[in-house]
Ligand binder design. Sequence first.
Ligand SMILES: NC(=O)c1ccc[n+]([C@@H]2O[C@H](COP(=O)([O-])OP(=O)(O)OC[C@H]3O[C@@H](n4cnc5c(N)ncnc54)[C@H](O)[C@@H]3O)[C@@H](O)[C@H]2O)c1
Length: 355
Amino acid sequence: MNPFVYQSLPTRVVFGWGKLATLADEIDRLGAKRALILTTPEQQELGEEVARLLGKRSAGVYPYAVMHVPLEVAQAARVEAARLGADCCVAVGGGSTIGLGKAIAMDSGLPIVAVPTTYAGSEMTPIYGLTENRLKKTGRDINVLPKTVIYDAQLTLSLPAQISACSGMNAMAHAVEALYAQDANPIIGFMAEESIRALAQSLPLIVNDPEHPQARSQAQYGAWLAGICLGSVGMALHHKLCHTLGGTFNLPHAQAHAIVLPHAAHYNREAAAGPLQRAARALGGSEASEVGALLYALNERLGIPLSLAELGMPEGGPAEAAQIACASPYYNPRPFEQGPIEDLLTRAWKGLAPA
Ligand SMILES: NC(=O)c1ccc[n+]([C@@H]2O[C@H](COP(=O)([O-])OP(=O)(O)OC[C@H]3O[C@@H](n4cnc5c(N)ncnc54)[C@H](O)[C@@H]3O)[C@@H](O)[C@H]2O)c1
């Protein structure tokens, strides 16, 4: 057996339909008394509902979270948290809202209770991101890891089918890359495989019926496991490419992940044949060489836009992105090769299947 290091992260997870109702108890458990509730402007109403649920434990609703945590947004939120005398943050929403909670925690040490409503997985990671002058910096700090996460799939019913599909494939990308991570280990491997299976089964059901309760629960279960994968081991080519596409071309996060994943997995099919065979099995196939095609077919079945061009990437984008990615590569089972990476991005740009 290969040597490995495994360290679990100390987040308390409360999972179940309707479990938002336990939020006040969870805040009491942390010894906190005044929770600042964070949301995006789009989810302000949900934030107000949470404030009513918390009654005197609510310090107020701060509905200004936006994608990629601009530094000025983080600073304004930190000032507001201090002004209101908040002693914890409740982040209700997707990765953008949880990211704002992390920015406050970095500065003040306030504990976070995360109530995720997408499948992005930020709630299970000690990874933060801050954007200054259009440049996003990310890092790891155990102090930003949420203390408690409440997974209530009822809150995901309102996530539109298309966004659910892309967000679910974003989660799947964490699990696929965890299988061939440089610091992969057996526990994370089990979680990754189970996550891929749960997402592959549930996402088509959600696209068919966004209010399917069992499918919503199963997808959230898969997203939880994928979030643990992302928080525990290093990511590779796929995540490097998606960070480049988001940072340089401002492409939407979850959609870009969904489109690139089949191509990145296909690129690694020989160098990571063993791990990707596990992914293939979880997707209903049998060989690592099939993974790219299986993921591409799943995207098609989910009605996800298949091309980076549709997301607004310019024609010269694949060459530029390949060059940027290769200038500061991550670990990857197959070394970064600029020509083949440009080819894979060109196919992704055109919406073609991996080849
Ligand atoms: N630090 C990490 O570990 C980590 C992990 C994953 C993603 N991220 C970051 O998170 C961001 C993306 O997060 P995201 O994909 O979850 O999107 P998001 O948080 O930006 O949400 C997208 C939109 O959907 C809305 N929304 C969310 N849940 C909803 C629901 N249930 N019903 C209706 N609308 C809903 C939001 O209010 C927002 O308007 C990126 O900045 C990414 O870099 C960070």
